[in-house]
Write a protein that binds this ligand. Structure first.
Ligand SMILES: Nc1ncnc2c1ncn2[C@@H]1O[C@H](COP(=O)(O)OP(=O)(O)O)[C@@H](O)[C@H]1O
Ligand SMILES: [Mg+2]
Length: 244
C-alpha cells in the first residue's frame, strides 16, 4: 500500500524563556539588555513512523507527550526543527477547537470561512451546506453567532465541515471527547464510513477504548519519543497498565 504520511527522525524544539517576565515592556527591556535566558525544549525527539493510505492511526500518551505537536507537523501548521515530514494528500485538520472560525460570525458564515481556509470556494461550500447542517444538527442555529455556542455545538459544526469536504486525510485532536455521547457515536460512525471510502485518519484521543474501536494501529508517545507502535489493541493494553 502507498505511504501517505511519513515522518523521518523528526525533532521539534520550542524556545522558551526561563524567567517569568510580567509585561511586554519588561520583556522588551530585558531583550534589549540581552538579559533573557532561553532554554530549548525538545517536544519531539527523533520520531519516525509512516501511515499508509486508508489506515486509521491513533496517537496516545500522557499530557505533554507531543501528540498535538505531531498533528500540527503533519498538518503543516508547524515545521520540524530537523527531520522530514512528507504528506501526499489534502488534509482536513481538526486540531484546535474553533481554529478556522470567527466567533463573531454566524455558523453559516463560518462554513464559508472555514471552507475558504481549507481551499474551497463559496459555491463549493454552498453545494455542501445542506449536508453540513444535516450532520451537525444545528438547523435552528445556523444564523446565530457562534460565540453563543457551547463547545459541543462548535465541535459538531467543525467536525461536520471537516468530514463533508471529503479530505484524503482527516486529522482529529481530542475533539471527539467534546460532544455528547450520541454525537460521539455519530462521529465514530462517520469516521468508519470515511475509512471504508479510503480516507486516511490520524486521531488523538485519551479514551483508549475509542482508539481501540476506530484504529488499525496506534503510536504511544512518551516525552517526545515513541514508546511503542503497533496494533492498536496491543499498544492500548500496554498503555493502560501505566495508568493504573
Ligand atoms: N508553541 C509552544 N511553545 C512552547 N512549548 C510548547 C508549544 N507547543 C507545545 N509545547 C510543549 O511541548 C510539549 C508537547 O506538547 P503537545 O504536543 O501539546 O502535547 P500533547 O498534545 O501530547 O499533550 C508540552 O510540554 C508543551 O508544553
Ligand atoms: Mg494535545
Amino acid at each position: 500500500m502507498d505511504t501517505i504520511i511519513e515522518l523521518k527522525d523528526v525533532t521539534m524544539k520550542f524556545r522558551m524563556t526561563t524567567q517569568k517576565v510580567d509585561s511586554i515592556k519588561e520583556y522588551a527591556i530585558r531583550k534589549f539588555k540581552r538579559q533573557l535566558q532561553y532554554v530549548d525544549f525538545l517536544a519531539l525527539d527523533g520520531i519516525s513512523f509512516d501511515v499508509k493510505k486508508g489506515e486509521v492511526v491513533g496517537l496516545i500518551g500522557l499530557n505533554g507527550s507531543g501528540k498535538s505537536t505531531t498533528l500540527k507537523l503533519v498538518s503543516g501548521i508547524l515545521k520540524p526543527t530537523s527531520g522530514s515530514v512528507t504528506v501526499k494528500g489534502n488534509i482536513s485538520p481538526l486540531i484546535e477547537l474553533g481554529a478556522g472560525f470567527d466567533y463573531d460570525l454566524t455558523a453559516r458564515e463560518n462554513v464559508y470561512l472555514n471552507g475558504s481556509v481549507l481551499g474551497f470556494s463559496h459555491a463549493e461550500m454552498d453545494s455542501k451546506m445542506e449536508e453540513i447542517i444535516e450532520f451537525s444538527e444545528l438547523h435552528d442555529f445556523m444564523d446565530t453567532a457562534i460565540k453563543n455556542f457551547s463547545s459541543g455545538m462548535i465541535a459538531r459544526l467543525a467536525f461536520s465541515i471537516a468530514t463533508n469536504i471529503k479530505p484524503e486525510i482527516l486529522i482529529v485532536d481530542e475533539i471527539l471527547g467534546v460532544g455528547d455521547f450520541l454525537f460521539q457515536q455519530k462521529c465514530e460512525a462517520r469516521i468508519n464510513d470515511m475509512m471504508s471510502g479510503g480516507t486516511t485518519v490520524l486521531i488523538v484521543s485519551h479514551f483508549t477504548d475509542q482508539i481501540e474501536r476506530l484504529c488499525d494501529r496506534a503510536v504511544w508517545l512518551e516525552k517526545g519519543k515513541i514508546k511503542m507502535i503497533g496494533e492498536a489493541r496491543e499498544v492500548c493494553a500496554e498503555y493502560k497498565k501505566i495508568k493504573q
